[in-house]
Every structure is written in structure tokens, then in C-alpha cells.
Design a protein around this ligand. Sequence first.
Ligand SMILES: NC(=O)c1ccc[n+]([C@@H]2O[C@H](COP(=O)([O-])OP(=O)(O)OC[C@H]3O[C@@H](n4cnc5c(N)ncnc54)[C@H](OP(=O)(O)O)[C@@H]3O)[C@@H](O)[C@H]2O)c1
Length: 307
Amino acid sequence: MVIHKYGGPEELKYEDMPEPVINQDDVLIRVYSTSVNPIDWKVRQGMRKEGTQRSFPLILGWDVSGVIEKAGSGVTNFKIGDEVYGRPDTTRNGTYAEYVAVRAGEIYFKPKTTGHALAAAVPLAGLTAWQGLFDHGKLKPGQKILIHGAAGGVGTYAVQLAKWRGAYVIGTASGKNASFLKELGASEVIDYKNEHFEEKLKDIDVVFDTIGGETQANSIKVLKSGGILVSTVGIRDMDALKPKGLHGEQYMAKSLPDQLKQLAELIDAGKIKPVIAQQLSLKEAAKAHRISEEGHTRGKIVLNVKN
Ligand SMILES: NC(=O)c1ccc[n+]([C@@H]2O[C@H](COP(=O)([O-])OP(=O)(O)OC[C@H]3O[C@@H](n4cnc5c(N)ncnc54)[C@H](OP(=O)(O)O)[C@@H]3O)[C@@H](O)[C@H]2O)c1
């Protein structure tokens, strides 16, 4: 599925493209499944133009689970036939395709206990949650964390990982997701449509924000002095953190094989699980974008490329 220009979901076209050429450090992966992340439709809309050289036709999608078909001469850690997963470089052509060229240093063996569809729902969102909680949020057992967007692609991993780490987990979501999030590991769920979390909570150690705007601004009120605000969508006003001595962390998640390994091990041990809202075929990418853009997906939308 390629786009020839920025625009709406209708710009996604099902077309033949040449097989990607691999560099010395790349592997060529036969894509079995990919999954949709908001970056896909943000790039499609042209929101991420600055600082990134993209050329058309452009293949979107930056999650993959599949099988290695070719390996560059410099690749020593994988061989043809290995089942791998990962989040390829978002500045290169992506994974809405039968084949993708990926640096071998950005992937890991997929979880053994899942098929490719579930595995493809892990890398981008799982890495984002891991890095937000542990690398940036420094989350420790016994701490209180507030996770905004808890029912989303990133949030469902964040809830499970925070619980696994031994934190007390509070999530925000609409009321329909309350019991689902409690099953995933949240101790409290606040219905953002009917309740004001800033009136109910205080002394929070870490806020993990995947929403931004007013939700982010109000989060400052519930953090304890010296607490950490971690955001996947950027921090609008760093100065607002100063009076309470808060620490702000905004970041772009990296593709780190060691973390993909830890995520795969947690999945294989049954400690965390990918949450799949819907599985569609690659040709249905435009439909998947329309659903994702509504902003109320529970977990992830998977696009299956090969059965
Ligand atoms: N910096 C990075 O490296 C990075 C990486 C990944 C993602 N991101 C960004 O992080 C954001 C979240 O990504 P995602 O994949 O988790 O998105 P997503 O799956 O589309 O998130 C959808 C979820 O957001 C919830 N939601 C919507 N409005 C809410 C609100 N006001 N309060 C609480 N929950 C609300 C919805 O819950 P209800 O249905 O219950 O309303 C839904 O479950 C996106 O903007 C994405 O671009 C950044």
C-alpha cells in the first residue's frame, strides 16, 4: 500500500513496487503482519514533513512480524528463515508491503508463543510504553502511576508493564473500558468523559501521558513534588513544571533489540499480552486508518499481509 502524495485515507493505493534493496547491515523480511500506529496516518496527512526526507511513492507502517528472506553481507546475528519482529526505521519505507528492508540491529526474534499477527502488534507501542515507564519515568515498585489513554495501543502495554513492575496503576479511559483495564492490571480507572482526574488524585509519582492538551496540563496538579511527567506527544509548557520541581520527559521511542527481547520474554511467560481490536487485510489499510483516526481504538489494529 503506497501513497503518492500526502492526504486522506483514499491516498493509500494497492500497487506493485520493486523489491526493496538491502544494504550490508540490512535483512529483507517477508512481512506476515504489520499493525497501525497513529504515526502512520500522521505521516500520511503530511504532519511529519519537517526534518525528514521522504520521497514518493511512500510505504507507510512501522511494525513488522515476518521471516528473513535475505541478509546483507554484514549481518551476523540472523539467518534466512528466522522469524523476527521489530519497529523499522520510520524514515525509510515501511511495512504495508510484502517485503521490507530493515537494519538487523533493529529487530529481534518474535515471541515464540504468538503468531505473526499478535507479534506485529507489539514493537512500536510496546517499546514506547517500556521506554516511557522505565527509561524516562524511572518507575519503581510501589510507586503510583497515572496512565492517560490507558486503553490505546501504547496504553494497554503501559498498564500491563507498570503492573508487572509492581506499581499502583491508575488509568484514564472512557467508562466502557473500565472493566477491561482492571483485568489488564489497573487498580483504578477514571472515566475521562464523566470525571475530573485532577479532582480525584494527588501525590502521583509518574504520569504517563499519551493524550496531551488539557489532560497534560491538569496532570501537573496531581503529581507530587519532584514527580515525573512523561509524554509521547511532547510537553507543551516545560516552565509549568518548575513551581513543583517536576521533571518533564518527552521522547521518540527507539527500536532497541534488548527491549524487544524483554517484551518477547514477558509475552512468552504470559505476563503481558498484545490487545487486538481488529485484524484486517493489507488491502483494507484505508479502513484501518479511518478507524484509528477516530482515536478510540482498544489496543491495536493489525493488518495481515500473508496468512
Ligand atoms: N513519541 C513516540 O515515540 C510515540 C510512540 C507511539 C505513539 N505516540 C503517540 O502517542 C499517542 C497515543 O498512541 P496510541 O497508539 O496509544 O494511540 P491510540 O491507540 O489511537 O489511542 C486510542 C486510545 O486513546 C483513548 N483516549 C482518547 N481520548 C482520551 C482522553 N481524553 N483521555 C484518556 N484516553 C483517551 C481512547 O480511549 P476511549 O476509547 O476509552 O476513549 C483509546 O483507547 C499518539 O498521538 C501517538 O502518535 C508517540
